[in-house]
Design a protein around this ligand. Structure first.
Ligand code: GLN
Length: 572
């Protein structure tokens, strides 16, 4: 068993999660089984109750665990399915320690951070490492945070208990460029490494985020003052697409270094799937414009997996997807649909609360009436049903009881069992459920299957009392939960692509295996635009294969701060 611990220094949002994921991808390519997990020092039990302004997306695992969005990166870059044991917060650690204390499990001892809290953390490392060659553990936050100390102390102890060749500490740090001095500065990194060494951790590898190339003299300096060999100073500059990161790190020798540190004989195979992927990303034959209509549109990370899934579908369709972010509230202002003109497809992602819902309904109506491909995810399905009920079935005031408790036509309603629940945390319909598909439907054709499993995170459902009317009106139910007879997928027959799902397919899409529904949606969007632009787009793509500008920040949401983008006053 080998362990890699990933810490972060100087500032947050350096892309530690992506670094861990990309390293995992490289090690998997060498034939090692890899699992990645995250330790988060905050006191929430999980991020399920946090606002997107605080936390970005909540990523849902197959077993229903609500986790940090970094787990999305881990699942997208590596093949291992993750479960709730791969996500640990201080809140969970303390909850467990306190429960044990109440049970008398500590046999009269004084319960302390060392050893009781640290033991709890170490145990999670051991449990998660079962059956894999390499476990990568990312520690959230930045070195020097008070909250992070018990975790770092636990890692120090753990490393001491293992053999010297079994643990690698990898520190992701910032090497800023000071324009006034015209230099890259190493001092912040020196100081964050000094902080780690103070608590007994000597990093083996430094992954240095930097805007400029790190030359030999800067590498020497980092090596000398941080006490790491020069070849363990890994430069990590911004990449156009996050899926180019594995190759960028490989070129710096990161995976080779790690296998050498572990004394493993696992050479890089000839076929490099990540290099192949990077070539495909950089040579798209088409472009397509997909509008995402949401209320957290200004945040980089709120719809992370949705944006990534659309990118994967673009790769699968040999197209570069331009995501146009549309604020649902802007559509509520008069003449708002102008914002939707020229879009090749419209996607309405998940959401909670009534702010912006009327704007989303406007978008769904526009897509239905103008035959623009529409794809609704979770709330996006509920929106499609409300819109159809109001404007096609003429059910005045049709709504979800989430937005209007007194609606005369509650086409979306809370399940009976949900009505009794008081606690907000981990009480939604969560995780993977079966869905039976109607043969011959668009959904069944896209999945090429009769039964599938998808992940859920919602409290409300389509009200079965209205299903007959909806179907007779032309909104077909093409997927149901067979055990509980719940609507899972709806689609319109006479429309190029109008499909919405009650689940979150975005949690199962990967760059190397795009999700079939996303792929079908982007394909439909591409088809729609063909009469107008395909010839032009083709010649353009030929003349300029590298469509994304180097260093274009907007195309790398991963490196942006999920907290920095938090506006001061907005209703959640
Ligand atoms: N707010 C809706 C519900 O709870 C939709 C949730 C979502 O989109 N994830 O059912």
């Amino acid at each position: 068993m080998k362990y890699i611990f990933v810490t972060g220094g100087v500032v947050s949002s350096l892309g530690k999660g992506l670094t861990a994921a990309a390293l995992g991808a490289l090690l998997e390519m060498r034939g090692l089984t890899v699992r990645i997990q995250k330790f988060d020092p905050y006191l929430n039990v999980d991020p399920g109750t946090m606002s997107p302004y605080q936390h970005g997306e909540v990523y849902v695992l197959e077993d229903g665990a609500e986790t940090d969005l970094d787990l999305g990166h881990y699942e997208r870059f590596t093949s291992g399915k993750l479960s709730r044991i791969n996500s640990l917060s201080s809140g969970q650690v303390y909850e467990s320690v306190i429960q044990k204390e109440r049970r008398g499990a500590y046999l009269g001892k004084t319960v302390q951070v060392i050893p009781h809290v640290t033991n709890e953390i170490k145990e999670r490392i051991t449990v998660a490492a079962k059956d894999v060659d390499i476990l990568i553990t990312e520690i959230g936050g930045t070195t020097g945070d008070i909250e992070g100390l018990p975790f770092l102390e636990a890692l120090r102890q753990f490393a001491l208990e293992q053999g010297p060749r079994d643990v690698v500490f990898l520190h992701v740090t910032l090497v800023p460029y000071l324009a006034a001095a015209g230099e890259l500065k190493t001092k912040p990194t020196q100081q964050s490494v000094a902080k780690l060494r103070e608590i007994g951790i000597q990093p083996h590898v430094l992954v240095c985020r930097s805007e400029k190339p790190i030359d030999a003299s800067v590498r020497d300096k980092l090596s000398m003052f941080c006490n790491v060999p020069v070849k363990a100073v890994i430069e990590c500059r911004d990449v156009d697409s996050i899926y180019e990161l594995p190759i960028a790190l490989q070129q710096e020798g990161l995976d080779q270094l790690v296998v050498e540190l572990f004394g493993l004989n696992k050479p890089q195979p000839e076929r490099n799937v990540w290099a192949e992927l990077a070539r495909r990303i950089n040579n798209p034959a088409h472009t397509v414009r997909i509008g995402v209509v949401g209320k957290y549109i200004e945040l980089q990370d709120a719809y992370k997996s949705v944006y990534e899934s659309v990118t994967h579908a673009g790769i699968a369709n040999n197209a570069k997807v331009e995501v146009v972010r549309v604020d649902a509230e802007d559509l509520e202002k008069r003449g708002g649909t102008a914002l939707l003109k020229g879009l090749d497809g419209i996607l309405v992602p998940g959401g909670f609360g009534d702010r912006g819902t009327e704007g989303k309904i406007i978008a769904a109506r526009y897509a239905r009436e103008n035959k623009v491909p529409y794809y609704g995810l979770c709330l996006g399905l509920q929106i499609a049903v409300i819109e159809f009920a109001r404007n096609v079935l003429k059910l005045k005031g049709a709504n979800s009881t989430e937005f209007d408790a007194a609606s005369p036509h509650p086409v979306i309603n809370m399940m009976e069992e949900q009505k009794k629940i008081i606690d907000k945390g981990a009480t939604m319909r969560l995780g993977s459920y079966e869905c039976a598909l109607t043969s011959g439907s668009k959904a069944a054709k896209a999945y090429k299957a009769e039964s599938i499993r998808e992940r859920h995170r919602h409290r409300y459902e389509v009200n079965n009392a209205y299903v007959g009317q909806l179907q007779r009106g032309g909104l077909t139910v093409s997927g149901i939960n067979p055990r509980r007879n719940l609507v899972e997928i709806v689609e319109l027959k006479d429309h190029p692509f109008y499909l919405a799902v009650q689940f979150h397919p975005e949690f199962q899409s990967k760059p190397l295996h795009a999700h079939p529904l996303f792929t079908a949606f982007v394909a439909a969007a591409l088809k729609q635009r063909k009469p107008f632009k395909s010839a032009k787009a083709k010649s353009k793509a030929k003349a300029k294969p590298k469509a994304q500008a180097a260093g274009a920040k907007a195309s790398k949401p991963s490196t942006q701060s999920r907290k920095a983008a938090r506006p001061a006053k907005k209703r959640a």
